[in-house]
Ligand binder design. Structure first.
Ligand SMILES: [Zn+2]
Ligand SMILES: [Zn+2]
Length: 205
């Protein structure tokens, strides 16, 4: 999400802390599935194979867990409404009408990162949805890991359950058809790439 400040014009993005200029910024899609799988796989690995190559797998396992936890933190991190430059406390999102106005005034070039549109008020919003295919793959991978962990690896069971949980949570987001609209607070926000939403978007332009 990108927010713009009506008072000082500051642009706040998901990767605000990056030291690289915009075009060189390393942009990877924040993925709950990748992060959850890393944490789970790291835990599975810690018990399973460290006895064979003790240092290598132990280090790899700890690395996976930390990377995964960092990924989870990024995934759930929201861009603050408070401007870090001037402390204005209600920066609108770039796709909200108030945000759009500032972007036009300041002639900023900012990509529309909204994912959903409300069938009730036409306001766009951003909701996190995971891929159905990848969620299924992650769930199956977790189940596979669970079957080989059961009986011999108590920590592996915990890791496998984390992977399965991640996959199922991902699936639940991909199956959810309607999200809460931040403007009218009803469950009326639908995915922008659905036929119904496309018709709405055409109407509004
Ligand atoms: Zn500001
Ligand atoms: Zn609405």
């Amino acid at each position: 999400m990108t927010r713009v400040c009506p008072k000082c014009g500051h642009v706040a993005r998901d990767y605000e802390y990056s030291v690289l200029p915009e075009e060189k910024r390393f942009k990877f899609k924040r993925s709950l599935l990748a992060a959850g799988t890393l944490v789970g796989a790291g835990i599975v690995m810690f018990w399973d194979v460290w006895q064979i190559y003790p240092y290598f797998f132990k280090i790899l396992s700890v690395l996976c867990i930390f990377l995964g936890l960092y990924g989870l933190k990024l995934y759930f991190k929201e861009v603050s409404k408070v401007c870090p430059k001037c402390n204005y406390d209600n920066m609108p999102a770039s796709y909200e009408p108030e945000g759009q106005k500032i972007i036009q005034e300041k002639e900023y070039v900012i990509k529309d990162d909204s994912t959903h549109i409300c069938t009730n008020c036409n306001i766009k919003s951003e909701h996190k949805v995971q891929s159905r295919t990848y969620s299924l793959i992650v769930t199956l991978f977790g189940l596979f890991s669970l079957t080989i962990s059961t009986g011999s690896n108590p920590i592996g069971i915990i890791g496998s359950l984390i992977i399965i949980g991640t996959g199922i949570y991902g699936l639940s987001t991909s199956l959810k058809k309607r999200f809460k609209c931040p403007h009218c607070n009803k469950n009326t926000a639908i995915a922008k790439n659905s036929p119904e939403a496309k018709a709405l978007l055409e109407q509004s332009t």
